[in-house]
Design a protein around this ligand. Structure first.
Ligand SMILES: [Zn+2]
Length: 295
């Protein structure tokens, strides 16, 4: 279940900023693969990264793109993945298939000496979705090639045109990476709450005023979350996301805007949260899981 810790645009951007500050300029000395299913490519091999300098780190949608002297180590953290910065990494390779560790990257020591640093990519839980790709161009990753424009780069006109061409509910439209890249389950709840629009409103039925509110909410919500997270240590980024949320993962708690009780709609493997007073004219939305059971 999603408790507001699944990495989305602000978290991945913050990880990229952290790595730009702490890891760029160092040499990748070794990469240990602990979860065989995490690696999705075989040419070039993971071992090709060894001995090359990490020259840049950027975010593409919810993907993290590490430029290793022209080769790209691309990471999709999925639902329960995270990146942990490690100091003084042990030289012995990790045991494969044990615990949450998926991949460990060893980096050369900082210029002031000391033991080698690096980072672990980990994934909690049994449903493994974390994916790692080694490619010559980031566009070689299928999920990247399909991405729509970035949620922080799209302009209002383009955003309006994309939604106008989409016959479906806003909640699904906002989280569809091929439409707009970077927004997931948590921030779509937050964006719709900030815009005061129902998650079930049809994307192609927005009034001009609603479109302006939604576009401003996308930018405002993501920019605020980013400002809270950039500059923090990679290990503490996750906790911060939860504290900044107004409705997501807050079922039963008061809405910070109006005081009404935050409600939830459950689906097979996910859920959404919203405030009836702020978003649906005070009327609770039908819970599909419940209505299915009652049939
Ligand atoms: Zn409210």
């Amino acid at each position: 279940m999603d408790h507001g810790r699944v990495p989305e645009l602000p978290e991945v951007e913050a990880l990229a900023a952290f790595l730009r500050e702490n890891a760029v300029g160092r040499v990748v000395t070794r990469v240990d693969l602990a979860a065989v299913q995490a690696i999705k490519t075989f040419d070039p091999p993971l071992s090709a990264l060894g001995g090359l300098e990490l020259t840049g780190v950027s975010r593409v949608g919810k993907f993290l793109d590490l430029d290793v002297s022209g080769l790209h180590l691309v990471v999709h953290l999925a639902r329960a993945g995270w990146l942990h910065w490690r100091t003084a990494l042990p030289p012995a390779p990790p045991k494969p298939g044990k615990g949450p560790l998926a991949l460990r990257v060893h980096l050369s020591p900082a210029e002031d000496g000391g033991l080698p640093d690096g980072f672990d990519l980990t994934e909690a839980g049994t449903r493994k979705g974390l994916a790692v790709y080694v490619v010559r161009s980031v566009a070689d990753v299928p999920g990247v090639a399909r991405l729509g424009p970035d949620a922080l780069a799209v302009d209002r006109e383009q955003f309006g045109a994309l939604l106008a061409g989409r016959h479906g509910q806003l909640k699904g439209a906002l989280t569809d990476q091929t439409l707009v890249a970077g927004i997931g389950n948590a921030y779509s709840d937050e964006i719709l709450h900030a815009a005061r629009i129902s998650p079930f409103k049809m994307a192609d039925k927005l009034s001009d005023d609603e479109l302006v509110r939604l576009y401003d909410a996308v930018r405002g919500t993501l920019t605020d979350a980013l400002a809270r997270q950039v500059g923090q240590k990679a290990a503490t980024l996750k906790g911060e996301k939860r504290s900044g949320l107004t409705v997501h993962a807050r079922t039963g708690l008061p809405c910070p805007v109006c005081g009404d009780t935050v409600r939830e709609v459950s689906f097979a493997d996910t859920s959404l949260q919203y405030c009836p007073t702020c978003q649906t004219g005070g009327k609770p939305l039908a819970d599909r899981r419940l209505s299915k059971l009652l049939k």
